[in-house]
Design a protein around this ligand. Structure first.
Ligand code: F6P
Length: 558
């Protein structure tokens, strides 16, 4: 190992979290705040709902049902200042290599910058390149949407299958679901990610290869799952169309790795590039979003980018006390550090956002699931919480019981829209009534006295009592549009950034996914080799549990 000095960012000169005065002050402050009940806080301050609500760039963010006082917010804002958040935001937008362990800049904000902006990476303005790729994507998307692009046998493309995993799958898949209302309905979209052959088999079983286009999405173009699925797709197409030449008409790629894409047989002209300064989980608005653009069309895709950009500008310029992602990130830090909250539930009351929590899981947990600081030391505090969730109202009939009456504190993000995309009778009012009711019930609960007053027998009262004091944010927007979706995603991206900055970790690397990949590569050739007798199967040198599992698999597999 060499003893080179690690690369530095503005965060390196910031004191460790526990030594920052605001953190210490918060520790003391929270010891008192913990005992306050939201019932009391609201009773004492009739304006609380308005005072702790922020309306900006089309989002109404009510954070009044959090276990905070004005002093809590003041201290959290001080913590942000003392943590170098301002400098770190500037460093990201300036293209500094804030992804320290991979020595990369972090410029997903450039993916949605308007043409007349300049954003530099290593002295090169990347905005023109970004727009060059967007224009190329737009041309291709229109060819598919209009039927000008023909398959090898001369058929119009009616099915798009996105092959990718992680950021090369979750973003496109979530966005397709979220924006289905705006999509071209005579094209079928499917998403294959899992190396489990079932994923591919089910996605293609009723499709005609002559009308199917695969978009192979992979930043590296080396990911095991994606390459396995892409090769299977290639065989499927070649078998159906009877010619290797069909590959060029039925495959396109989104990647940073031109050489490997070409080796696969995809014409470089049909490759849509992006750059190493785009992290996988921050890439849905790059070429990785090609399926989204085909689904909703280039114009609406650009509206989505405009939504992202509006939030980027808000994050970059708004004072912290009026800055949505900063406040949201600070509240997440608060519960994580001082209320022992291990998780955050994201609860969109919008069926089209059914994959939004899954998307957020990679964004939040691959970014902030780290226990080592930028300085290389082990943290002595909690970092990234577990994000999870389901759309309402479904979740209410499954896991909400635990949020209301369990022993764990689970801060919730409720997300709702004022206008329904599919207005049917009074469905939408019922939906939104449930958002408001859930947040109210969590905050205020139901006291034993209230329970007793309705005639509940004494023995049953404890079961029917709701302690309340369970925190939530409520985010309302007018309507789910491409633009709103962009704004919402960027809200979470920058909240993740805010949290990672306070914790002084690298939110943009993902070393934790490596070891499992390496060990799987080692095990693959150790599984059954049918050409060998039992006695000749490769020797196993793992721990005794892993050896036994592999042997058991081998014996049943043969
Ligand atoms: O699982 C790790 C990871 O590198 C993610 O960060 C990424 O989104 C995913 O794999 C897919 O990587 P690629 O786009 O290179 O195939």
């Amino acid at each position: 190992m060499t003893t080179q000095q690690p690369p530095r960012t503005s965060l390196h000169s910031i004191a460790p979290l526990r030594n920052r005065p605001a953190f210490k002050a918060l520790e003391e402050h929270c010891a008192k705040v913990r005992n306050l009940h939201l019932r009391q806080l609201f009773a004492e301050d009739p304006e609380r709902g308005e005072r702790f609500t922020l309306e900006a760039i089309g989002l109404y963010f009510d954070y009044s049902k959090n276990r905070i006082t004005s002093e809590t917010i003041r201290l959290l804002l001080e913590l942000a200042e003392q943590s170098g958040l301002r400098q770190h935001i500037d460093a990201m937008f300036a293209g500094e290599k804030i992804n320290v362990t991979e020595q990369r800049s972090v410029l997903h904000v450039a993916l949605r910058a308007p043409k007349d902006e300049q954003i530099f990476d290593d002295g090169v303005d990347v905005v023109p390149e970004v727009h060059g790729v967007l224009d190329k994507m737009a041309k291709f998307a229109e060819q598919i949407r209009g039927g000008a692009w023909k398959g090898y046998a001369g058929h119009r493309i009616r099915n798009i299958i996105n092959i990718g995993i992680g950021g090369s799958d979750l973003g496109p898949m979530m966005a397709y679901e979220a924006l289905k209302y705006y999509s071209q309905r005579d094209i079928t979209f499917r998403f294959v990610s899992n190396v489990d052959g079932t994923d591919f088999a089910e996605a293609t079983r009723d499709l005609n290869a002559e009308e199917t286009l695969f978009i192979v999405c992979s930043k590296t173009f080396t990911t095991l799952e994606t390459m396995t699925n892409a090769h299977t797709a290639r065989e499927w197409v070649v078998k159906a169309l009877g010619d290797e030449k069909a590959v060029a008409r039925h495959f396109v790629a989104a990647s940073t790795n031109t050489a490997t894409v070409e080796k696969f047989g995809i014409d470089a002209a049909n490759m849509f590039g992006f750059w190493d300064w785009v992290g996988g989980r921050y890439s849905m608005d790059s070429a990785i979003g090609l399926s989204t653009m085909i689904a909703i069309g280039p114009e609406q895709f650009r509206e989505m980018l405009a939504g992202f950009h509006t939030m980027d500008e808000h994050f970059r310029t708004a004072p912290f006390e009026g800055n949505l992602p900063v406040l949201m990130g600070l509240l997440a830090v608060l519960y994580n550090a001082f209320f022992d909250a291990q998780t955050v539930a994201v609860l969109p009351y919008e069926q089209y956002l059914n994959r939004f929590p899954a998307y957020l899981q990679q964004l939040t947990m691959e970014s902030n699931g780290k226990h080592v600081t930028l300085q290389g030391t082990r943290v002595d505090y909690q970092t990234g919480p577990i994000y999870w969730g389901e759309p309402g109202t479904n979740g209410q009939h499954s896991f909400y019981q635990l949020i209301h009456q369990g022993t764990k504190l689970i801060p919730c993000d409720f997300i709702g829209f004022v206008q329904a995309l599919n207005p049917l009778g009074n469905h939408h009012d019922l939906l939104l009534a449930n958002v408001f009711a859930q947040a109210e019930a969590l905050a205020f609960g139901r006291t034993p006295e209230e329970v007793g007053a309705d005639g509940t027998p004494e023995w049953l009262a404890p079961h029917r009592t709701f302690e309340g004091n369970r925190p939530s944010n409520t985010i309302l927007a007018e309507r789910l549009t491409p633009k709103t979706l962009g704004t919402l995603i960027a809200l979470y991206e920058h909240s993740v950034f805010t949290q990672g900055t306070i914790w002084q970790i690298d939110s943009f690397d993902q070393w934790g996914v490596e070891l499992g990949k390496v060990l799987a590569e080692r095990i693959i050739p150790e599984l059954v080799r049918p050409e060998l007798d039992n006695a000749d199967q490769p020797p196993l040198k793992h721990d005794n549990s892993t050896n036994a599992l592999i042997r058991h698999y081998r014996s049943l597999r043969r």
